[in-house]
Design a protein around this ligand. Structure first.
Ligand code: NAD
Length: 499
């Protein structure tokens, strides 16, 4: 029997009043495994007012009390990693090992959020003039709306939410409708950790709920992660409703390989960072940019056998390197991108279109596909392809490699492989990407650093993870205070400025 997934409001499962439902699939088999209730505005209203009331009470708890819940939550996520990984793999299609990796990065965000008192405490200056002391304080924004993508059902939303909760906000989370179950498990863990009922709420759905969140006067801040067109829309609409919005969007990450690099290491890095999780990562390496003809030829020789050795299989096959893409529709989009690249004249080096996974014939599998001689005019260079299709864009010089990297509209991550410090330094200075790797293929920073892209990979001036998250989820107040001296006469009236 197909399972039904409800909203989670005020600590209770709640079918809502929307009436609409949608199917949730297991991408490894193509089977429908659940029906998801889609919320409506009335359901959202209830979640927002619950989050507002419970959030206010939560914010009044001491820092130590809130920290204790975050520490407990960290322990519970660690203890439940296997269970969470199974839930993620079943709905997403990524391997269990990969799912555990993302949970680990989510735990980092919780660990950093345990430092909430340190990152939110203010500044103080005594006697700035006339016995006045000035100090700053940070208070929670109120209700935070979280809108998350399918590709990291735990890491991404937890990276946004951990600090939002820790500083004392109420939360309304709309998970991706394609991977809703990890959210429900996270809710259970929050409850077990002692987070008071109503602080954390989930409303499932699609654009209808997102629009409701963007327009809702009770929501003060929106954190979004997803594709660029949707993220730009969310940023514009959310800010027009006077909310602070942080929108983290698409990536097309270049990996430049210099002739002096360890080419064997660079080839392995390209294959793992390029094809891991069926390339459904915003930090995946999409394009390999070898500098010079000899580097390109040697790298191509090295990557081909490594790519051909990759095993594709269901999420729970321990031997699989990567699994299915998220949906039948996504598979069609990726296959179309392959056909277009062929038509545009890119050289197909490895063709993954006809892959069959025995016993899983209806799963959404695509084998690893590699194109060489991709040019910056081709759609394969321009578009983010969220599936295992990677390209080689050859550069004649380092100057050209930097130009190719900077020409792209996205600037999430960019990576250089080299043994030369000067090249590395030039790369990090001149390349317009928010996260740079030097001989590190996936430069996803640790949880206590800020995470976020540049150009059209991010809208709004904030970051995930690190200290910026604490600033984003709090409002700053600056207080000037003077205490009357009981022995003194009343203050003289003066209309001069700054008296
Ligand atoms: P998506 O944009 O389709 O969906 C993201 C969220 O927005 C989902 O919750 C979805 O329900 C909602 N949504 C979808 N269409 C909408 C619409 N028209 N109006 C309002 N809301 C809408 O993204 P996805 O396919 O779930 O995720 C993949 C994308 O996310 C990729 O582009 C990837 O690069 C990006 N991503 C970026 C980062 C980052 O940190 N920059 C991290 C992970 C994923």
């Amino acid at each position: 029997m197909t399972q039904t997934i409800s909203h989670y409001i005020n600590g209770e499962l709640d079918a809502g009043s929307g009436g609409r439902t949608g199917a949730v699939f297991n991408p490894s088999t193509g089977e429908e495994i659940a029906r998801l209730h889609y919320g409506d505005r009335a359901t959202l209203d209830r979640a927002v007012s619950t989050a507002a009331q419970a959030g206010q009470r939560w914010a009044r708890q001491s820092h130590a009390a809130r920290q204790a819940v975050m520490f407990k939550l960290r322990e519970l996520v660690i203890a439940n990693t296997d269970r969470l990984a199974e839930i993620i793999g079943r709905e997403h299609g990524k391997t269990i090992l990969d799912a555990k990796g993302e949970i680990g990065r989510g735990i980092e965000a919780i660990e950093f959020a345990c430092n909430e008192p340190h990152v939110t405490k203010g500044e103080y200056a005594t006697n700035v003039g006339g016995d006045i002391d000035v100090f700053s304080m940070r208070v929670p924004v109120g209700v935070v709306g979280i809108i998350s993508p399918f590709n990291f059902p735990i890491m991404v939303p937890v990276a946004m939410m951990a600090m939002a909760i820790a500083v004392g906000n109420g939360i309304v989370w709309k998970p991706s409708e394609r991977v809703p179950s990890a959210a429900m498990e996270f809710a259970r863990l929050c409850e077990e950790a002692g987070l008071p009922k109503g602080v954390f709420n989930i409303v499932h759905g699609d654009k209808e709920i997102v629009d409701g969140m963007l327009e809702h006067p009770g929501i003060a801040a929106i954190s979004f992660v997803g594709s660029t067109p949707v993220g730009e829309y969310i940023y514009r609409k959310g800010t027009s409703h006077n909310k602070r919005v942080a929108s983290f969007t698409g990536g097309k990450n270049h990996m430049v390989v210099m002739p002096d690099a360890d080419l064997e290491a660079a080839a392995s890095a390209f294959v793992s960072a390029g094809f891991g999780s069926a390339s459904q990562r915003c930090m995946a390496v999409s394009l390999l940019v070898p500098v010079g003809q000899a580097t390109a030829e040697r790298l191509r020789e090295l990557v081909i056998p490594k790519i051909n050795a990759l095993k594709i299989g269901p999420y729970n096959d321990p031997a699989a390197d990567f699994g299915a893409v998220i949906s039948a529709q996504s598979k069609q989009t990726v296959l179309r991108a392959i056909d277009e690249a062929v038509k545009a004249g890119a050289e197909m080096v490895i063709d993954g279109r006809d892959i069959k996974v025995a016993g899983h014939e209806n799963g959404y599998y695509i084998g690893p596909t590699l194109f060489d001689h991709v040019t910056t005019e081709m759609e394969l260079y321009k578009q983010e392809v969220f599936g295992p299709v990677r390209g080689i864009v050859r550069a004649a010089s380092f100057d050209e490699a930097i130009a190719i990297t900077n020409l792209h509209e996205f600037g999430n991550g960019a990576v250089i492989f080299t043994r030369d410090g000067k090249s590395a330094h030039r790369f990090m200075s001149e390349v317009e990407a928010g996260m740079i790797g030097v001989n590190v293929p996936v430069p996803l920073p640790v949880g206590y650093f800020n995470f976020g892209g540049l150009r059209r990979s991010k809208f709004g001036e904030s970051h995930m993870f690190g200290p910026d998250a604490a600033r984003f989820y709090t409002k700053l107040k600056t207080v000037s205070q003077r205490w009357p001296n009981p022995d003194q006469q009343a203050m003289p009236v003066s209309l001069a400025f700054d008296a």
